[in-house]
Ligand binder design. Structure first.
Ligand code: PLP
Length: 355
C-alpha cells in the first residue's frame, strides 16, 4: 500500500496540489528561472509585488515584504527595528531563527518562561525603563503543537505599552475560522503588530518567508533588513506556487476544515488507544513517549508498517520528553489516519508503550 508521510509540514496538501504545480510551471515559463539579483537592483517583477500585496490582504495588514525564507525574515527584523535603547521579550521556547534574529540586534534582551504570563508581566515591568518594548512569540510551537496565549499577551502588551510580534509558520493557512492564523483564532488580529511566516509549509511548501504589518515598518525593512537587501529574490516558480496557494485559501476554507476534522480523528483515536498527545486541536500531534530509544525504535517500526514518522529526542526536545511528532495533512484520507493509529497501537504494544 506504499508509505504514507506523516512528518511533513504540508498541512493543507498544497505542495502536491495540481493547480499550485501548474501555477509554478506557468510562472517559470513566463518569468524565467530566476532573477540573478537582489530585489532592489533588478530582482523585482510584477509577481513579487502582487504576492506581497496578496499576503498583506490575506492577513489584513497594510503591507508585506518577501524573504528567501522565514529564517531570513526572523534574522532581518529585530536588528532593523530595535536599537540599544529598546527591549525585546522572547518566549524561551521560540524557534531558533527568532533566537538568532534577537542575537543579531543590540536591544536589551529578556527571556520569559514558556507561555508564563506572570513571568512575562514581571519582565515587562522590568523593561519599562526602555524606549520601546517588543514581545516576540511563536504563534504555534512546533515541538509541542501548543498555541501561545495571545489574548493574554496582547492584554499585557497594552498594559505595558509593548508591540507584539508573532511567528506564524505553524499557523498560517489553517488556524482560525478563515485560516488566517493564531491571531484570528484568538480574536486579536487588530492587536498583533507584526507577523512573520513561511511559504515553505502550508502555503505550497516550496520556500520563502515574509513579514507583514504596518506600512512604515515594511518600508523600514526594505531600507535596512540585511537578508532582504543582500540575498537573491525569490524565483518566479516559488512565487507562483505561493500566490496560487493563497488564492485557493482565500476562495474557500474547505481544505483547512478537512485537515481540522482529520486532526480531530487522529487525536481522539490515539487518546482512546491509550497514548498521550501533546497540544490541543493542532495538526502537530506529538505522541509523548519519554524515552529517546523508545521513540527511535518505534519510529523505525512504524516505517516497516508503511508510516513515515520521526522520533525527536534531546537536544531537540528536553531530556525525558522524547516523542514521535505526527503531522496531519488535508491530503490524508480517513483510512490513512486509521492505518496510522493501528500501526501505532501495534508498535506501542510491541515495545511496551501501551499495556
Ligand atoms: N519559524 C518557525 C517556527 C519554524 O518552524 C521554521 C521552520 O522550521 C522557521 C521559522 C523557518 O522557516 P523557513 O523554512 O521558511 O526558513
Amino acid at each position: 500500500a506504499g508509505i504514507i508521510n506523516f512528518c511533513a509540514n504540508n498541512y493543507l496538501g498544497l505542495s502536491s496540489h495540481p493547480e499550485v504545480i501548474r501555477a509554478a510551471v506557468e510562472a517559470l515559463e513566463k518569468f524565467g528561472a530566476g532573477l540573478s539579483s537582489v530585489r532592489f537592483i533588478c530582482g523585482t517583477q510584477s509577481i513579487h509585488k502582487d504576492l506581497e500585496e496578496k499576503i498583506a490582504r490575506f492577513h489584513q495588514r497594510e503591507d508585506a515584504i518577501l524573504y528567501a525564507s522565514c529564517f531570513d525574515a526572523n534574522a532581518g527584523i529585530f536588528e532593523a527595528l530595535l536599537t540599544p535603547e529598546d527591549a525585546v521579550l522572547s518566549d524561551e521556547l521560540n524557534h531558533a531563527s527568532i533566537i538568532d534574529g534577537i542575537r543579531l540586534c543590540k536591544a536589551n534582551k529578556y527571556r520569559y518562561k514558556h507561555m508564563d504570563m506572570q513571568d512575562l508581566e514581571t519582565k515587562l515591568k522590568e523593561a519599562q525603563k526602555h524606549r520601546l518594548r517588543l514581545v516576540a512569540t511563536d504563534g504555534a510551537f512546533s515541538m509541542d503543537g501548543d498555541i501561545a496565549p495571545l489574548r493574554e499577551i496582547c492584554q499585557l502588551a497594552q498594559k505595558y505599552d509593548a508591540l507584539v510580534f508573532i511567528d506564524e509558520c505553524h499557523a498560517t493557512g489553517f488556524l482560525g475560522p478563515n485560516g488566517r492564523g493564531t491571531d484570528e483564532l484568538l480574536g486579536v488580529m487588530d492587536k498583533v503588530t507584526i507577523i512573520n511566516s513561511t511559504l515553505g509549509k502550508a502555503l505550497g511548501g516550496a520556500a520563502g518567508g515574509y513579514t507583514t504589518g504596518p506600512k512604515p515598518l515594511i518600508d523600514l525593512l526594505r531600507q535596512r533588513s540585511r537578508p532582504y537587501l543582500f540575498s537573491n529574490s525569490l524565483p518566479p516558480a516559488v512565487v507562483g506556487c505561493a500566490s496560487k496557494a493563497l488564492d485557493l485559501l482565500m476562495e474557500s476554507n474547505a481544505i483547512a476544515q478537512s485537515m481540522a476534522a482529520k486532526t480531530q480523528r487522529f487525536r481522539s483515536k490515539m487518546t482512546a488507544a491509550g497514548f498521550t498527545i501533546s497540544g490541543k486541536d493542532h495538526p502537530i500531534c506529538p505522541v509523548m513517549l519519554g524515552d529517546a530509544r523508545l521513540a527511535s525504535v518505534m519510529a523505525e517500526d512504524m516505517l516497516n508498517r508503511g508510516i513515515y514518522v520521526i522520533g525527536f529526542s534531546y537536544p531537540v526536545v528536553p531530556k525525558g520528553k522524547a516523542r514521535i511528532r505526527v503531522q496531519i495533512s488535508a491530503v490524508h484520507s480517513d483510512e490513512d489516519i486509521d492505518r496510522c493509529v493501528e500501526a501505532f497501537t501495534e508498535v506501542g504494544r510491541k515495545h511496551g508503550a501501551l499495556p
